[in-house]
Every structure is written in C-alpha cells, then in structure tokens.
Design a protein around this ligand. Structure first.
Ligand SMILES: Nc1ncnc2c1ncn2[C@@H]1O[C@H](COP(=O)(O)O)[C@@H](O)[C@H]1OP(=O)(O)O
Ligand SMILES: [Mg+2]
Ligand SMILES: [Mg+2]
Ligand SMILES: [Mg+2]
Length: 337
C-alpha cells in the first residue's frame, strides 16, 4: 500500500502545532506587563504569538527547507534596544519547545521566515501562531492554526485548541483538542493527551429551527446585528454561540453548531489567509460548504489576504444555499451587491 498523500507533512504539522500549543499554554493566564503589545493595526500580540511562530517555522524549516511560509507575525517589535525585553522573553519561551535552542539572531530569522507574499503557484504554509489573541488574553478560546496550500488550494490543515473541551457536553472536563484534515481524507479530532484520532463530521440537522450558529465574540470582527436578523429569517431560535478564533470552524466540523457567520463590519477589511485556511478545509472535509457572503468559494491564491472575498459563511452542505439566500436578503435588501 502506498503512503497517503501528504503523510510526512501531516506528521510534521501535528508535531509543530502541538508543541506550539503547549508553549502557549505555558504562559496562558500568566502574562505580565511588558509581555503584550499593541500592533500598528491596534490588535494585540503577546510573547506567546511570537514564540509559537518561531517554534512552528523552525520545525517547518527543518523538514521542508524549500517551502515558503505566510505567517501573521514579524520581528519588527522585537528588534533593537526597544525590543530587547520582549525579545529575551520570546527567546526563552520559544526555546522551551525546541530541542536545539535558537539564538537571538536565529529567533528573528525564524519568525521572519513567515513574510512570504503568497500567490497562486507552488507550495506554501499559512500560519496563525495564535488565532484569537483577544480570546487568549481573556482566558477564553484561541487556536494555533497551520495549513499547507498548493497552487492556491488548501490541501492540509492542523489546528490546536488548548482551551476547547474535548467533549462539548462536559464543559468542565478535559480541555485541549487537535483537529487534523487532509483534502480528500476527511477530518479528525484527537485530544492533546492521546494519539487516537477520531473521525468527525458535521451534524445533519433536519430543520433550521434546530440549528445554532457561531460568530465572533468581538463585534468589531463580525456584524452581530446583521447576524441576528439573518438567524431570525432562517428560523434559528437558539442564541448565537460566540467564540474567538477558528475554534468556530472546528465547532462546526465536529457537529456542535451548524452555521458560522462572519459578516463584514466595513467595506475595506480583507480577511487574512491564515485566519481561514485550516478551518475552512476542516469544515469542507467534515461535510460542509465554506464561502463568502455571496456564496463564492474562498480564494487562497490572491496573496496574503482573501482579496476577492467578503466575509465568510460556513454551513452544512444541505443548508448552505438557504443560509446564503438569507444573508443576501438581509445584507442587500434591494438586490444590489
Ligand atoms: N475588522 C475586522 N474584521 C474581521 N476580522 C478582523 C478584523 N480585525 C481583525 N480581525 C481578525 O479577526 C481574527 C479573530 O477573529 P475572531 O473574532 O473570530 O476570533 C483575528 O485574526 C483578527 O486579526 P488580527 O490577528 O490581525 O487581530
Ligand atoms: Mg487570526
Ligand atoms: Mg494571530
Ligand atoms: Mg493577531
């Protein structure tokens, strides 16, 4: 029997994401002053974001040295005298997850290996070292997300969700889930603590009345009043499941909710490829459809952003059409785009 496609990449990605997730867990709830800064775009970044990117980029470079990486973070804020205090903390934290320690120089190099511009040709990795940094800082959900993109198509995705309960019905039980998917090979979940992978799939609900939908905690990331109107139009009665990060996609993929709405709050924001690559493949391999608000597939070939898409709508394949109809009715009542 020949090995499954991307078996080597899958194994490396699992090891890299699991190690980085544990690095993040090490400082989770323990961040002190000087370990979080605000980026130019006003979003937060912590020593854990930088360390997780350094760790994953190092694993990728060791195994696939020719592969470029589109990663969210860069080393600007860690450079020079001003960046020294944070740089030293990032170095210590990153090295806690690596067998061969990085130096200050190789740390910066590792982080900046994520500056690739993306595009339509060849292999590249997309990395969000901590997706949902705001959730991480609040002590809630966040995800370490890594995907392999080949010629603009997402082929593999691994997501670590350190704070996600292994079983949604046991919110106080074990936490720490790893989600794994390869195109054409299905979607799987395993616990951080075990090697056993279990296939997951979306729930096949009969009626939208029974559905629940996920959206961002942050009203600045997704329009929550539009989503309430869409849910009402669809006959959804359950309150929204608000959750940070791509944990929303894994929540759908394992059947704990049926619809994910990410509705633009302004006309200029372009979604980033690392915010959707892993999650969207998980959902489509679990039986769902992921598109933008117009029903158009997400296009990962346009560079670092989903420049030709607007928002995200994910749902079980059987109801995706209906959800798009409702989204269009609410967002474009005159039929104009
Ligand atoms: N205006 C915006 N619209 C949509 N997403 C945004 C916006 N601003 C930031 N984000 C991104 O939303 C993601 C978190 O989504 P969620 O709210 O679903 O957890 C982050 O990756 C964040 O990017 P960044 O990492 O640059 O802050
Ligand atoms: Mg993100
Ligand atoms: Mg991030
Ligand atoms: Mg960020």
């Amino acid at each position: 029997m020949s090995a499954l496609k991307f078996a080597a990449e899958r194994a490396v990605a699992i090891h890299a994401v699991l190690t980085a997730s544990k690095v993040c867990q090490r400082v989770f709830t323990k961040l002190v002053n000087g370990e979080t800064i605000t980026k130019k775009d006003k979003s937060p970044v912590t020593i854990a974001d930088f360390s997780a990117q350094a760790v994953i980029n190092t694993f990728l470079h060791n195994s696939f040295p020719a592969d470029p990486i589109v990663g969210e973070e860069d080393s600007k804020d860690l450079r020079g005298e001003e960046g020294r205090p944070m740089r030293e903390k990032v170095l210590e934290l990153a090295n806690s997850g690596l067998d061969s320690p990085l130096t200050e120089e190789t740390l910066i190099e590792a982080i900046d290996r994520g500056m690739y511009a993306g595009g339509a040709h060849g292999r590249m990795w997309a990395l969000d070292p901590i997706d949902g940094t705001k959730g991480f800082l609040r002590g809630e959900q966040f995800a370490v997300c890594l995907a392999l993109i080949v010629d603009g198509q997402v082929e593999l995705g691994v997501m670590g969700c350190p704070n996600l309960p292994v079983d949604v019905k046991d919110q106080n039980g074990e936490k720490g889930c790893l989600f794994i998917t390869v195109k054409g090979q299905g979607a799987f979940q395993r616990n951080f603590s075990s090697l056993t992978e279990t296939p997951i799939s979306m729930s096949a609900i009969q009626s939208l009345n029974d559905a629940s939908f996920c959206e961002s905690v942050e009203s600045g990331h997704s329009n929550q009043s539009d989503s309430a109107r869409i849910a009402h139009l669809l006959g959804i009665t359950k309150p929204p499941v608000r959750m940070d990060s791509q944990c929303k996609y894994s929540t759908l993929a394992r059947g704990d909710a049926e619809v994910y709405l990410r509705l633009p709050v302004n006309a200029t924001y372009e979604e980033k490829i690392w915010d959707h690559a892993t999650g969207s493949l998980l959902v489509s391999e679990a039986g769902g459809i992921v598109s933008d608000i117009h029903g158009k597939p997400l296009d990962f070939s346009k560079g670092r952003t989903l420049a030709t898409n607007s928002g995200v709508v994910a749902a079980h394949a059987k109801i995706h059409n209906k959800v798009i109809e409702a989204v269009q009715k609410v967002l474009f009542p005159d039929g104009k785009l």
